[in-house]
Design a protein around this ligand. Structure first.
Ligand code: PGA
Length: 264
């Protein structure tokens, strides 16, 4: 398979609340060691990232040296840089710790920790202003999909998230991830056609709102991505890589997905 557009491909492993420190070190090392051969000749257009827990980010820093080799993401980030916000970690603190970016607005944060679109807007604004790489997640629950309101729902998530974002912050630092909630951790994947239609709607809205800088952002798919379904999803238009949960907890299966994204 060839890569048919200029957009960067990303494959990012979201480890969620998994792995003790010794396990996290082993997994980060195995991903770092296998990455170059999985990416092969696609080095300049495929980026690979991992998102361990906050407590394990420091262990992964030595495996993610400056440069594009392996990108390190937090799974969440505060909506402010510093201050009296007990329990929070801000974007500048992540950068200071050698972390490249953060996932913002994951559906598990929205569902279990009541993060609203407005919270996500504040996090996004603060993170982009601080210079953090961001993966912004959007996606609809099953009942919204069944009611055929999924595009309206996701566009409304986007319009709130980007309400106050200055256009100059819409750069390569921003990656979007469409993750239908009914496909996360369920073994049920959106079909390539379903995912692709939504990615097209997202790209159209980003283009209408931010011009070429919006339209050209990489849009990842997430939700039960595995080595067995990665190629079919990537062959669909507008799918620029993956946010991988369960299959990223094993280096071999994660690297298989990376290899597919690299076209090998
Ligand atoms: P999953 O998780 O691959 O286990 O479905 C994806 C995600 O939540 O990012």
């Amino acid at each position: 398979m060839t890569h048919t557009n200029e957009r960067l491909r990303w494959v990012i492993g979201n480890w969620k609340q998994n792995k003790l420190r010794f396990e996290a070190r082993e997994l980060a090392e195995a991903v770092a060691q296998g990455r170059a051969s999985a990416v092969g000749a696609a080095e300049d257009r495929v980026r690979v990232g991992i998102a361990p827990t906050f407590l394990c980010l420091d262990l992964a820093v030595p495996f993610a040296p400056p440069g594009d080799a392996l990108w390190l993401f937090a799974q969440n980030v505060g909506a402010q840089d510093f201050g009296a916000f007990t329990g929070e970690i801000g974007p500048t603190m992540l950068l200071d710790a050698g972390v490249n970016g953060a996932i913002i607005g994951h559906s598990e944060r929205r569902e279990h920790f009541w993060e609203t679109d407005e919270d996500i807007e504040r996090k996004l604004r603060c993170a982009l202003a601080a210079g953090l790489q961001v993966v912004l997640c959007i996606g609809e629950p099953l009942e919204i999909r069944e009611a055929e309101q999924h595009e309206t729902f996701v566009i409304s998530q986007l319009s709130t998230a980007f309400f106050n974002i200055p256009p100059e912050h819409i750069t390569e630092r921003l990656v979007l991830a469409y993750e239908p909630i009914w496909a996360i951790g369920t073994g049920k994947t959106a079909t390539p056609a379903e995912a692709s239609a939504m990615h097209h709607a997202i790209r159209t809205w980003m283009g209408e709102t931010f011009g070429a800088n919006g339209r050209d952002r990489s849009i990842l798919y997430g939700g039960s991505v595995k080595p067995a379904n990665a190629a079919a999803l990537l062959a669909a238009p507008d799918i620029d890589g993956f946010l991988v949960g369960g299959a990223s907890l094993d280096a071999a299966s994660f690297l298989d997905i990376v290899r597919t994204a690299a076209g090998g």
